[in-house]
Design a protein around this ligand. Structure first.
Ligand SMILES: Cc1cc2nc3c(=O)[nH]c(=O)nc-3n(C[C@H](O)[C@H](O)[C@H](O)COP(=O)(O)OP(=O)(O)OC[C@H]3O[C@@H](n4cnc5c(N)ncnc54)[C@H](O)[C@@H]3O)c2cc1C
Length: 312
């Protein structure tokens, strides 16, 4: 099905699908930062077979990018070239088997996953309560919090490569590291299997309520943000070097340029107060990196994925 058809040569080269193609689709609407240009084409596959067939038949010179909830991604103002894939409801199921393994589609929000598993009195996925992304994004980012991460609970991930070949990956094949998965960028995850253990429902819910309250106190979760802007140089080690401390020490807490600001509450969070562009946010991030380098000698690495073209 084709929505909002315009005169786009690229569209004529794409394979027939049962899902939807949308031309010049605004991506700011789906991004946590609420910035960024358009996708040349936005593709929502009807199901896994539709995704497989699209990948097998899409000309190789057309770039393909996949997005989850866009809670860790800054889309540049010039938009994203080629096809952006957004997995929707057909990839949104959660199933729990007798071995307490949880199968979740890549489009399942982490919050929903944690809640549903808690309802089944199963423990292990509580940390997902505070992460506003999807299962697909969690696999790519090795999302984690409070001493846990995706790597510790994953048993399998399911994915398609750019040629449409299906891959079933065991956790140790993911190449997980701190906020990193080493698998090729062209892999599109369609789902994951997590191992849980029996737990006390009341305690699980209490722990999740605690996570939620602690988030509200320490992070600007109601703002237009992208979560942690830079990786902690000390990685997942709780005693390791923290990006926020370096940013604070370099005098950047609350630093504001126009509508782009380093949060006062958590100075590893970038905020869009309304009218900031992606360029404003990225520029402020680079100013912070330079100031931290000048002050402490540490070069911060972006955790936020920055994608797309600069505005012309
Ligand atoms: C308020 C706030 C708090 C946050 N707190 C945390 C936290 O505590 N811990 C933490 O780890 N993160 C945190 N984040 C960051 C973010 O939520 C996580 O990185 C999350 O896992 C990103 O998921 P997403 O679906 O939004 O991915 P996106 O931002 O859409 O994409 C991130 C990357 O994953 C890739 N990707 C997405 N879906 C797929 C797929 N199906 N197949 C292959 N690749 C895919 C994208 O191409 C991109 O490279 C926070 C963000 C915000 C805004």
């Amino acid at each position: 099905m084709i929505l909002a058809l315009k005169n786009n040569e690229m569209l004529t080269r794409l394979p027939q699908v049962r899902g939807t193609y949308r031309e010049q689709a605004a991506l700011a609407d789906v991004s946590w930062f609420r910035v960024g240009g358009h996708a040349d084409i936005l593709f929502a596959p009807a199901d896994e077979a539709d995704l497989q067939s699209f990948l097998a038949n899409c000309p190789e010179d057309i770039p393909v990018t996949v997005l989850g909830a866009c809670s860790n991604t800054l889309i540049r103002d010039g938009g994203v070239a080629g096809v952006v894939i957004k997995l929707g409801r057909p990839f949104g199921d959660i199933k729990i088997n007798a071995e307490r393994q949880v199968d979740a589609g890549a489009a399942v929000p982490d919050l929903m996953l944690s809640k549903q598993v808690a309802e089944a009195a199963l423990s292990g996925l509580e940390f997902f309560r505070g992460i506003p992304g999807t299962v697909g994004g969690a696999l790519r980012m090795n999302a984690g919090a409070y001493g846990n991460d995706t790597a510790t609970v994953l048993t399998h991930a399911y994915a398609y490569d750019r040629k449409g070949n299906r891959h079933e990956l065991k956790a140790h094949e993911m190449g997980f590291d701190y906020r990193h998965c080493a698998l090729p960028q062209d892999l599109i995850f369609t789902g994951a299997r997590f191992q849980t253990v029996p737990g006390d429902k009341t305690k699980i819910h209490a722990q999740m309520a605690e996570i939620s309250a602690s988030r509200e106190d320490t992070q600007p979760i109601k703002s237009r943000t992208g979560g942690s802007t830079f990786k902690n140089p000390g990685g997942a080690d709780p005693e390791g070097l923290k990006a926020w401390k370096l940013i604070d020490a370099a005098g950047c807490r609350g630093l504001r340029q126009g509508d782009a600001q380093i949060s006062d509450l958590h100075c590893n969070f970038l905020i869009n107060h309304g009218a900031a562009t992606a360029a404003d946010l990225e520029t402020l991030g680079e100013v912070v990196r330079q100031r931290v380098k000048d002050h402490s000698g540490v070069t911060l690495q972006w955790e936020i994925k920055r994608i797309g073209r600069e505005a012309i």
